[in-house]
Design a protein around this ligand. Sequence first.
Ligand SMILES: Cc1cc2nc3c(=O)[nH]c(=O)nc-3n(C[C@H](O)[C@H](O)[C@H](O)COP(=O)(O)OP(=O)(O)OC[C@H]3O[C@@H](n4cnc5c(N)ncnc54)[C@H](O)[C@@H]3O)c2cc1C
Length: 495
Amino acid sequence: MNGIRRIVILGGGSAGWMSAAAFATGLRGVAIELVESEEIGIIGVGEATFPSIRQFNDILGIDEADFLAATRGSYKLGIQFRDWKQRGEHYFHTFGDFGHLDGPMALWGQLRRLQVAPQTPLGEFCLPTVMASQGRFCRPADGDQGLASRYTYAYHFDATLYAAFLRRLAEGRGARRTEGRVVGVERHEDGRVRALRLADGREVEGDLFIDCSGLASLLIGQTLEQRFVDYSHWLPVDRAWAVPTERAPGGLAPFTRSTALEAGWAWRIPLQDRTGNGHVFSSRYIDEGRAREQLLAQLDAPPLAEPRLLRFRTGHRERFWVKNVVAIGLAAGFLEPLESTAIFMVHNALGRLIPLLGEADHAEGAVGFNVQQLRQFQRIRDFIILHYALSERRDSEFWRALTSMALPESLDYKLHAWRETGTLHVYDNEAFDTTSWLAIHAGMGHWPRRRSPWLDEMPAELAGRYLAERHQAIAALATHMPEHDSYLRSRMQAL
Ligand SMILES: Cc1cc2nc3c(=O)[nH]c(=O)nc-3n(C[C@H](O)[C@H](O)[C@H](O)COP(=O)(O)OP(=O)(O)OC[C@H]3O[C@@H](n4cnc5c(N)ncnc54)[C@H](O)[C@@H]3O)c2cc1C
């Protein structure tokens, strides 16, 4: 492994144990040691994920039913956004598809041309959106079986149990855990990190150090002094109250819910036996006490603990791989958790990093890694800002500020391309594909100004049939699917 005999991971949150599990699985002949401090603990939120976590789990050889049982997890078909456009309105960000997106067959375009929308919203032409609205879940069919196989899904899980699950897996594959608080960092003459110094005087030496120390950003931030690129002028949320509640009566929703509030938004994440709740807010626009009250006021079941306050800053380090340190997880940066992207960014970074470790020139690898990580932060940042920028809410100072701010140029261009030409422009390193962008535009009622002449190439009668057939097929498929609860139970019983 090209001069790397020993990798030291600092931190045992989701990022640390995901890294340990991935290295222990993917690297041969390298010793993996993870240092963490129980006294400091982990952030312990981060319960909603993105579909590619399934590939990560598959690469690690994790069985889905084992994983859901160990993490008290559930299935996720997307995110429901409530009160984001206007109070009382909601829409769904799907992990499915909306058929053709371009040319005369563009489903959304024909829907608008024939004026079927808004009576029949675009979501009714997307199978997982309909499944979610009915509380149903079924894994997509194998192979290409049309609509029934053209969607994907993610999970909700208990973040603390996930870290524990991965710890067992990583230790089973040879990774070593060292308990201890890091109080110092020893350097080589050229500035590379040589060892972590623990409070009891022990030293943990390594060739490569993975900084998974969370918001402390101990190695990349504090030791190597990488500048923090602050996004708070675009994403001003900086606090969250988090509280678990008993499971709400009724069926288990197969989706995350985000409800826009006065100065932020509240999440609701259904797990097998409890619900994760939180209120992400900006302390510039609301005080902590009022934000706490707003969270408690919208719970739908009794709390299981006192609400916990978390403080953070949106943004990221200027570089992520510097000398022999690579930052992953919160140590690298954080964007607000609106689209459940933090854990996604962890496994995505690992997927990029592991092949580079085998290459001859690590300096070159680091340059590419840094550019790609930076782009990814910027793309996700733009997608999150989109939710605020398109809102029609003006009922608080927070919403007035967020709907009138100057946007990043990259997002401005995308909005322009959509509005003027109906094009869903794609940059490199996009985490969210055109379907995701369309789901937000459609949900917010943000459509191109003019109708594309392409659409008239399809005879209106044919277009009408095309829409009606898909609508009926989706309704018929959804009705035969099991409810989320019973599907999940059947998966657990198979164990
Ligand atoms: C409000 C909120 C909601 C979130 N929701 C989601 C979500 O829905 N989906 C999602 O994907 N992500 C979410 N996240 C992000 C998610 O929680 C984190 O990305 C993820 O858990 C990874 O955290 P981490 O491992 O980087 O950091 P942490 O969990 O904070 O772990 C840091 C580790 O470093 C160790 N450490 C730190 N300093 C020292 C030291 N001096 N010595 C020894 N050990 C040390 C700690 O003990 C700990 O083990 C959310 C985050 C927040 C703040």
